[in-house]
Design a protein around this ligand. Structure first.
Ligand SMILES: Nc1ncnc2c1ncn2[C@@H]1O[C@H](COP(=O)(O)OP(=O)(O)OP(=O)(O)O)[C@@H](O)[C@H]1O
Ligand SMILES: [Mg+2]
Length: 295
């Protein structure tokens, strides 16, 4: 299995206004994502995480402003940009095998293009095999994609993005639906990739992993003007930022952390989440040097 060393690409958004017919999700958004770093995008449901990723990937065109990947517009950056959509946004009835799905990563985002001319040279074959191996789907290679389980679908989609050997990898909730072991494996693969230069930008709902391992976090909430905060998660994720990022959902996030002295679940006290995080972060600061991934 070979992971290619690549020069990571940075991302620049300048004055970007983007959304859907009748819905403006971001207005005049400017944002820089450093190259070669593990960056997480967090936010509540409907806060704009996927919209932001699709905009960076060039799948959603801003009505105003500019997106640059490694200094180029996303259309020109396609050859070195890997994108994994949120699993429920994919048509799984399409009649292709896992290997064919992963092979598409060498070419286009589109499901329909170039199926006839796939697997044409050795570099392609190596990249495809290596991507399947990294995501543990090589045994599923001849299976039809509609037969796959939720977690298997997710791994196949990530493998498709990896097959491109991208300078920047954009992943929309790769962790959800993976079991603990596979999630750890995925995380190791992504860390290896950032160590070799690749920029990894992924949305996630797993706050504790973000705090522990990510070099950079972007807190998204379109209802709060777009980006609530950005930076080193152990420095910026405080109660105020989380409250503005998650709004009403904060109470739900804190469920399970809130016990009274007898171990019974109390009514939600949103400030408790802040306390828990504070503890967690202090803990983390004592273990210097295991932040993965600022270059
Ligand atoms: N294809 C679409 N057409 C119209 N509106 C959309 C579309 N996709 C998303 N939206 C809307 O845009 C807003 C942002 O959605 P987005 O999918 O970016 O949220 P998200 O943060 O990824 O949420 P989740 O955690 O549920 O994946 C929401 O109000 C959503 O309803
Ligand atoms: Mg989403």
């Amino acid at each position: 299995m070979s992971i290619a060393r690549v020069a990571g690409a940075n991302v620049s958004l300048r004055g970007v206004t983007v959304g859907y017919p009748g819905l403006r999700v971001f207005d005049d958004l400017s944002l820089e994502i450093p190259a070669g770093v593990f960056t997480g995008i967090i936010g509540g449901n409907g806060s704009g995480k996927s919209t932001l990723l699709k905009t960076i990937a060039g799948l959603l065109k801003p009505v105003r402003g500019e997106v640059l990947i490694g200094g180029e517009p996303p259309q020109s950056a396609r050859a070195y940009l890997g994108y994994m959509p949120q699993v429920n946004n994919v048509d799984w009835r399409f009649p292709i095998t896992v290997r064919e799905l992963v092979s598409m990563g060498r070419y286009q985002f589109s499901w329909h293009r170039r199926l006839g001319s796939l697997i044409r040279n050795r570099d392609d074959r190596d990249a495809i095999d290596s991507a399947m191996e990294m995501m543990g789907v090589q045994d599923l290679r001849e299976r039809q994609i509609h037969e796959l389980s939720g977690g298997q679908r997710k791994r196949a989609l990530i493998a498709r993005a990896l097959a491109r050997q991208p300078r920047i990898l954009l992943l929309d909730e790769p962790s959800a639906a993976l079991d603990v072991v596979l999630d750890d494996q995925l995380f190791d693969v992504l860390c290896d990739l950032t160590d070799l230069g690749t920029s990894v930008v992924m949305t996630t709902h797993d706050l504790s992993t973000v705090i522990e391992h990510y070099a950079e976090v972007i807190c998204v909430n379109s209802a709060e003007g777009g980006i609530v905060a950005q930076g080193d998660p152990s420095l910026i994720l405080n109660e105020d930022v989380l409250r503005r990022t998650y709004g009403r959902e904060l109470a739900i996030l804190s469920r399970g952390d809130v016990h009274d002295d007898d171990g019974n679940l109390e009514d939600h006290h949103t400030f408790r989440l802040g306390d828990e995080l504070q503890l967690h972060m202090d803990d983390h600061r004592h273990q210097q040097g295991h932040h993965h991934r600022r270059p």
